[in-house]
Design a protein. Structure first.
Length: 589
């Protein structure tokens, strides 16, 4: 196990909140804290098309330090390596909205998409027009024909810089989204690591790396790379990585190949403990590589912009710029993350367009989903409201106790924060249910779901919050929590999770436990609740065990390919624990 330097913190679980408070202080009156954990500028003009960025903490200075002059207008901050919860995103959206819409610009991760989509729905219900553009610049995480599946890594820095400048003069959301799509399409990145980072609350490495090896294709949350290569020199590594990026432009049918005379912005990013010396040594080789291809360097930025705690790693990014993007890049900017004086063009806001040949994809538009009235069958026997509350509290205790198991399972396939998020969410459930007298099963389960949704962050907050929030519809008018309610709850939760996250059975996610559980619960509608839960919990466990033989195709584990074989999905383990604890609680009644 890697030996990490001690961290100067108070309670590690408070790190995300306390760092944001410190960041507000560092902005010294230019920005303010909004709501639970958001940041917004104080001087956003009326009628401006607002730019909102966001993501998990632990990558400082991005994302929340990219707010400032000619940069983003606000940022939604999640916990360490976890997406911000929907309520945080909604609060940030309200704070930056000036009546002309808000563009969401963030990295292409399942948890971020789930939470930002829900935040967008909530904001749209309040009358705010929202568009989303996803940053997906990681060349190693998917081939060009599937680049929409790529992760967003350090390329977000030049992209946000360009889009922040464009937002100062954009007339509407469509215009700003076009520039964002263009900048994203012309940005490519590759990251490598020589040693892992860690999550402050656990102090454990986010992945293991054999001595003398370099992890290739690293994510910024500490996910293991797509492969390992032998330790080598700075020149050899730089040439290899630059060739990967160069070839990706060639292999992508949606953009022109990089050619002689093209101009690029170069970003060399330290992922944490890699020194400026190492970055500058690599810069020599980057310039040599590009000069041999006849590609001109328009500008360079070097430093620790997108970090992963103390990870020893480095990433390289290229953004091809035409006249329009060069003008936006050259606008001066000022933020805690990046501040630049007037750029190479020495110009003001862009006024001319000389677009690079590309086929832009359509930015996502948020629509308010219509709620449907559901007429569901009811049980004549089962748990009373008081008994159901006790059952949920036992589930909360079981999940909190299982945090080390869940964290290790997630560390094996992802970044190791699933257990912490689940424990945080179910601790909030206990607080929400403590000494409260609920008048309906619907309110009981909805309260538990909301507690998770607003505290957990990441994909788990939406996914497991949805598992309980489904009761807001399915338990309406129910006198008992019986076999009918169990089946309706699981089936509605399954539909909601699949719709929001896009996962399906066989993707190696919590769906692989939830789906067989929902099917089995439906088959046991006519059986008493103890027997129904017995069968349902067993189906979930069988599904969880079966996930060991699946190759991950969703979430942060999808880049591992066959390396994910033999390991169960952490979310599937959580589903199993929840249902087995419900079974035990009912059978002990």
């Amino acid at each position: 196990m890697a030996n990490f330097n001690p961290k100067l913190l108070n309670d590690p679980l408070d790190a995300a909140d306390e760092l944001l408070d410190g960041l507000v202080d560092a902005y010294n009156g230019e920005c303010r804290k909004v709501g639970v954990r958001s940041l917004a500028k104080n001087d956003i003009p009326d009628g401006k098309v607002a730019l909102l960025v966001g993501g998990g903490a632990g990558h400082e200075p991005i994302y929340h330090a990219m707010v400032g002059k000619n940069m983003a207008d606000g940022a939604a901050c999640g916990d360490i390596f976890a997406a911000p919860a929907p309520n945080i995103i909604q609060e940030a959206t309200q704070a930056v909205d000036r009546g002309n819409g808000v563009l969401y610009l963030y990295g292409n991760y399942a948890g971020d998409i789930l939470n930002f989509n829900l935040g967008a729905e909530m904001s749209a219900a309040g009358g705010t027009d929202v568009r989303t553009v996803l940053i997906a610049d990681d060349v190693c995480s998917a081939p060009p024909e599937r680049k929409n599946d790529r992760r967003g890594i350090a390329g977000l820095v030049p992209i946000v810089k360009i889009v922040g400048a464009a937002s100062q003069s954009a007339n509407n959301l469509d215009e700003l989204a076009r520039v964002a799509e263009k900048a994203c399409l012309q940005t490519r990145s590759v990251g490598v690591a020589m040693a892992p980072g860690s999550i402050p609350a656990t102090g454990k490495p986010t992945f293991s790396l054999e001595e003398g090896k370099i992890g290739l294709g690293l994510g910024i949350h500490g996910e293991a790379g797509v492969g390992e290569i032998e330790m080598t020199t700075a020149d050899a590594l730089t040439a290899m990585v630059m060739n990967l990026i160069y070839q990706d432009y060639i292999n992508d049918d949606e953009v022109d190949a990089l050619k002689e005379g093209d101009e690029v912005v170069v970003l060399i990013n330290s992922l944490g403990s890699t020194t400026m010396m190492e970055c500058l040594v690599c810069m020599r080789k980057v310039r040599e590589f590009l000069e041999q291809k006849g590609i001109k360097i328009f500008d360079v930025i070097i430093g620790p912009y997108v970090t992963c705690q103390e990870m020893a790693g480095i990433s390289f990014s290229l953004t091809r710029v035409d006249q329009e993007l060069k003008e936006y890049w050259s606008m001066p900017c000022e933020s805690f993350c990046i501040s630049k004086m007037q750029g190479p063009l020495h110009t003001g806001p862009a006024t001319t367009h000389d677009p690079i040949t590309h086929v832009p994809s359509s930015p996502q538009k948020t629509e308010i989903k219509k709620k449907q009235t559901v007429d569901l069958s009811k049980s004549s026997t089962g748990l009373s409201i008081h008994q159901a509350r006790d059952m949920i509290l036992k589930v909360a205790d079981a999940i909190i106790s299982a945090e080390p198991i869940l964290s290790q399972a997630d560390r094996d396939l992802g970044d190791g924060d699933h257990g912490l998020g689940m424990a945080r969410g179910f601790t909030a459930v206990k607080a929400a249910l403590d000494a409260v007298e609920f008048v309906s099963h619907r309110d009981l389960f909805a309260s538990a779901g909301n507690a998770m949704l607003t505290t957990m962050g990441g994909a788990s907050g939406v996914v497991f919050g949805s598992l309980f929030l489904a009761g807001g519809t399915t338990l309406q008018g129910a006198d008992y929590f019986g076999s009918h309610e169990l089946a309706h709850l699981l089936n509605r939760a399954l539909a909601d999770v699949m719709e929001r996250g896009g996962a399906k059975p066989g993707d190696k996610t919590m769906i692989d436990a939830l789906h067989p559980a929902a099917v089995t619960a439906t088959k046991n509608l006519s059986n008493p609740l103890p027997g129904s839960l017995e069968a349902t919990a067993q189906a979930a466990r069988n599904g969880m065990e079966a996930s060991k033989d699946m190759i991950a195709t969703m979430g942060r584990a999808k880049t591992l390919g066959e390396k994910s074989l033999g390991l169960p999905d952490a979310g599937a383990i959580s589903v199993t624990i929840i249902l087995e604890t419900m079974r035990d609680a009912v059978q002990a009644k």
